[in-house]
Design a binder for this molecule. Structure first.
Ligand code: SF4
Length: 353
């Protein structure tokens, strides 16, 4: 049996943005351009990057909501890349998705009980006579009450709705949950509660998370490993604590230096990248970052840097990363990130949003 619950190998997704009158592709968006990673049971891998970097597309590819252009997706040791809908069905149960907007992903005409019963029925998880009891258990698991099953989604707060979405994902007893910006739409105090809930559920059920986020201050609290994406490619990956403490790629450094810090004593240098993110319709050749990178040299314009592993699992895609000036503690040390957020993460464990 594979030690990985998920392995993604050289995944590519190109979307045709423009076709000729004869159906020929005239322009292609390279949303995902050769992404590889692995995920162990009980582990959280965060995919981070700016909007449009391809991180959500990776999540949808793993869910098989869209088909890859190339590459492999291996779930629990089985290559599922080319499986048809029927053959993929048993695997669909293993991977569930939590979206950013809990309101949009819940049917307003169904009660919470009906919403949670649907996947139980569809995947034949428990006999019909046990469904009600299981719905009650699921609600308690996410910090709600069994009596909430009779209510409709609009009767709940945003945080409670996200709890219902999590309960629905857990109904089919998945191995992996893809959390796509699961707290971005929530108030800061509620964010901490939902993140704590996700951590508790992970410890209890051994779930593996692919946590997709643009918000590094959130990622810092949940990720075991991190993969930073820029224009469809992973530019740096490694253990989260190590990447936060000693980021090597100029893009990761810029992202980290942009995290807002509440503490006035926390002085640090900001690494600003010049210019906007180039269009994924026409990304720069070579290293995609060369049009914005302060260290860019001639080779960067023509040669794509390989994701170079240091032998300890910290990999960087930059021709010059070993010679760049070392930069530590771009993000202030633990406890200084944002006292407000830090407090909330400790205070709200297990309470109801
Ligand atoms: Fe900058 Fe060149 Fe490294 Fe790309 S390869 S990040 S352009 S120094």
């Amino acid at each position: 049996m594979s030690q990985f619950v998920l392995a993604v190998d050289d995944l590519v997704k190109h979307f045709v943005a423009k076709r000729s009158a004869f159906g020929r592709s005239l322009a292609t968006v390279k949303a995902v351009d050769g992404v590889s990673f692995t995920l162990r049971p009980g582990e959280t891998l965060a995919l981070v990057g700016e909007s449009g970097c391809g991180k959500s597309t990776v999540g949808r590819l793993v869910m098989r909501l869209i088909e890859p252009t190339a590459g492999r997706i291996v779930l629990d040791g089985e290559d599922v890349t080319a499986l048809g809908e029927t053959a993929f069905r048993p695997f669909r149960r293993k991977v569930q998705l939590i979206f950013q907007d809990p309101f949009a992903s819940l049917n307003p005409r169904m009660t919470v009980g009906e919403i949670l019963s649907e996947p139980l029925m569809l995947h034949d998880i428990v006999p019909a006579r046990e469904r009600r009891r299981r719905v009650g258990e699921l609600l308690q698991m996410v910090g709600l009450q069994p009596s909430h099953a009779a209510r409709y989604p609009h009767e709940f707060s945003g945080g409670q709705r996200q709890r219902i979405v999590i309960a629905r994902a857990l109904a089919v007893e998945p191995r992996i949950v893809i959390c796509d910006e699961p707290v971005s739409a929530l108030d800061v105090s509620i964010r901490a509660q939902i993140l704590n809930l996700l951590k508790e559920l992970q410890a209890r059920l051994g779930l593996a998370y692919v946590f997709i986020s643009h918000d590094l201050s959130v990622v810092k609290h949940i990720a075991d490993r991190i993969a930073v994406m820029y224009l469809g490619r992973i530019v740096e990956t490694g253990r989260a604590d190590e990447v936060f403490a000693t980021p090597r790629h100029p893009y990761t450094r810029a992202l980290l230096s942009a995290i807002p810090v509440a503490s006035p004593e926390a002085r640090r240098e900001r690494r600003i990248l010049e210019g906007d993110v180039p269009s994924p319709l026409d990304p720069p050749p070579g290293c995609h970052l060369h049009t914005r990178c302060p260290y860019a040299a001639e080779i960067c314009q023509t040669q794509r840097p390989a994701l170079d592993d240091d032998g300890a699992g910290h990999a960087t895609a930059c021709h010059f990363w070993p010679t760049l000036p070392e930069q530590r503690d771009i993000l202030p040390a633990e406890g200084k990130i944002d006292p407000r957020l830090e407090r909330l993460f400790g205070a709200f464990a297990g309470t109801e949003a």
